[in-house]
Design a binder for this molecule. Structure first.
Ligand SMILES: [Zn+2]
Length: 354
């Protein structure tokens, strides 16, 4: 059985009221009714932070959870408290060190899309991709709820953790967040589109290892026995494409800019679900950037980025301030640290499949 949802965490840098993101002209719209509604708008697995901003909207209500560095998660619900749209918006490093707030996880009623952004400082190819897509991407951001954050009566304090931010090692950082949906019987089978990867057997091995990280709890951290009972099965090659719901869990490598994930991603994972049950997941690696299996300079690591993507597939969400964890939201050139899970990654997997 699944564990009770006790995975809420506190981010280290709760943004002070008054410093909440982009200044806006409209007056704060804190609606007491939204705060005490019979069916509160709550993200799956509960709130991440104790301080939120709520308001009523047409046909429902919304709640914004301020995260570190100006990031936030916003969840919109219908009058029955069912999620209609959710978005985790994180500060993505731009060229020149600027940070743009961009969507990292988009939750719709029947699907979730998780784009992974590249390294716009070190990666010349990606820089061009990023800038081409930026305006459209900025326009797609669901704005945060205006007004000061206040203590949310629906925040369930559990084993809340103050992640020590950047200084914390992968084995100390307990931070994790979950997306809606989990796999029945704690398993799924996947195929790869060999052609897109140039039929490379070393890449196939890397993608298998990336799945196994979650199956076997591959970690350098001591004290973590493999208690996460999740199983993925490799079902061979397919000519099917990622990004379309067709009953097959497909990993491919192709043009991402024209997919429903869109634009500025170097990789993307889709999850389709029926209610709380995941029914399909696909992952695409972008053709527009360089990949390798050796952690070479100037390339992204198939296994490491794959492990991050497959973490989305099993139900984990992006983290904005946990640079040493596999579920950290942004990929860095030549980095292979995501080949082993950190403490928060494992706690997240256990929270869903304990
Ligand atoms: Zn991600």
């Amino acid at each position: 059985m699944r564990r009770p949802l006790t995975s809420a965490f506190l981010l280290a840098c709760l943004v002070a009221p008054g410093a909440l993101g982009p200044a806006a002209g409209a007056s704060p719209a804190v609606d007491p009714a939204a705060r005490t509604a019979a069916r509160p708008c709550l993200p799956a697995h509960g709130l991440l932070v104790a301080l939120t901003i709520r308001r009523n909207i047409e046909n429902g209500s919304e709640v914004t959870e301020p995260l570190a560095d100006g990031g936030y998660r916003i969840t919109r619900c219908d009058t029955q408290g069912r999620t209609t749209l959710g978005m985790t918006v994180l500060p993505i490093r731009d060229t020149g060190g600027r940070r743009d707030l961009l969507p990292a996880v988009i939750v719709r009623r029947k699907s979730i899309v998780a784009p992974t952004y590249g390294d716009p400082v070190g990666d010349v190819r990606y820089r061009a991709v990023f800038h081409r897509a930026l305006r459209k991407l900025l326009a797609s951001v669901l704005p945060r709820t205006l007004g000061p954050a206040s203590r949310d009566p629906h925040f369930a304090v559990s084993r809340s953790v103050f992640a020590g931010a950047a200084a914390v090692s992968a084995c100390q950082d307990k931070t994790h967040a979950e997306s809606p949906g989990a796999w029945p019987d704690d398993r799924y089978a996947w195929r790869w589109n060999a052609k897109g990867f140039g039929e490379s057997t070393s890449t196939r091995t890397a993608l298998k290892k990336a799945h196994e990280e979650w199956d076997k709890t591959v970690t350098d951290c001591s004290g973590f026995k493999d208690t996460t009972h999740f199983t993925t099965t490799f079902d061979g090659s397919t000519t099917r494409n990622a990004g379309v719901q067709d009953g097959y869990n497909v990993v491919d490598k192709a043009n991402l800019s024209k997919s429903s994930c869109g634009s500025a991603a170097i990789a993307c994972t889709w999850i389709w679900r029926s209610g709380d049950t995941s029914v399909e997941t696909d992952t695409r690696f972008a053709k527009s950037v360089k990949w390798s299996n050796k952690g070479s300079a100037g390339t992204y690591d198939y296994q490491g980025v794959g492990a991050h993507e497959f973490g989305h597939s099993i139900g984990l969400s992006d983290l904005d301030d946990s640079g040493k964890l596999t579920m950290h939201f942004q990929a860095t050139l030549g980095y292979t640290g995501q080949r082993t899970l950190g403490r928060g990654d494992i706690l997240g997997a256990r929270a869903v499949y304990g």
